[in-house]
Design a protein. Sequence first.
Length: 397
Amino acid sequence: MTNRQKKPLELYVHIPFCASKCLYCDFLSFRALRSVHEEYIDQLIGEIHAQGACCHEYQVTTVFIGGGTPSVMDPFYIRDVMQALSENFDISGDAEITIEVNPGTMLQNKLHIYRAAGINRVSIGLQSADNRELQYLGRIHTFEEFLKSFQCARMAGFSNINIDLMSGIPGQTLDSWRNTLKKVTMLKPEHISAYSLIVEEGTPYWNMYGENAGGGGIYPSLPDEDTENRIYHLTRKFLADQGYGRYEISNYAKPGRECRHNMGYWTQVPYLGLGLGASSYVGGCRFANERDMAAYLGLDFGDSSREAALQALRGPVQQLTREAKMEEFMFLGLRMIKGVSEIDFVSMFGVKLDNVYGPVIERLITNGLLQRKGVWISLTQWGMDVSNFVLSEFLIT
Ligand code: SF4
């Protein structure tokens, strides 16, 4: 099979380890000893070998090594994972390969090893430039440590850097958020993600700020709705003035530096998750890897038991119906500022977009929430402000 005939595939590699647990975090991540890191990486490489054997018809266009905090581990483990990926998958020569890192866990030598291993993009979890806000989140680092990490990444040769920011932090004000945006944009990263804090059930924050919770105790309150709104509008304007295009509801980039991995996700490019709890969408099916570490480590990915191990790893596989795929096309595609293309819809589903969603689209256009430009349908500014409502209108089932 030539490369031109191969289908695109994105890879996500999950590293579930962190230095400590942030108070708001509900990701699959935890502290572990170095011996567990080693055992996990050995097993992950076994899984990469087994999964790669089933993916000959794909060419990998992006890799995202996320977590957790991949940079908490010895960097040679990441090098070994990268080597296993390149030996078992056909990775395109111009693939975007990102690693998530956290300040406080990034030393210069680690970054050099990542570069040498072929990683070409770094995503740094900063969240805030205010040290008190970082403390309220339970982050392990200060803004000053982040600055050092950022400079180290530049010195190691990374010319494509994302910085993750978070709004809605306890005690955050419009001024402190403006200050965070100022300090971050002065560094000129290529990409900025700005998500709002969500108080998830099962986290310490849930007991402090969730439904029926008594409040943060010694921690300040969450910003009120008016402040949240102002923060939201300031973000868009401030980043636009600094040359960052908003290409998705929460993502901003310098021209040409949009995250290809995310764009693939929003346009339904198949992705394969590798590692503990990682999710996949391949061949119109969704599945998620085993989430229990002991069970994951117990799988035998040897050649003779590969099929059984992959089956046990994936658990139930959900085959998406045509309607569910259409819904996802709209939900995910409309998150992007450019929106969804009528041509893509026809080529994917063999039916015109208006034949399925015509009345919904017309109603939302009349109400000023959607707009049509040529073959593109996208959210208006107001539609983006109330995107949860607009997207829910595209449910068929
Ligand atoms: S660093 Fe990220 S993954 Fe780890 S605990 Fe904090 S938020 Fe969760």
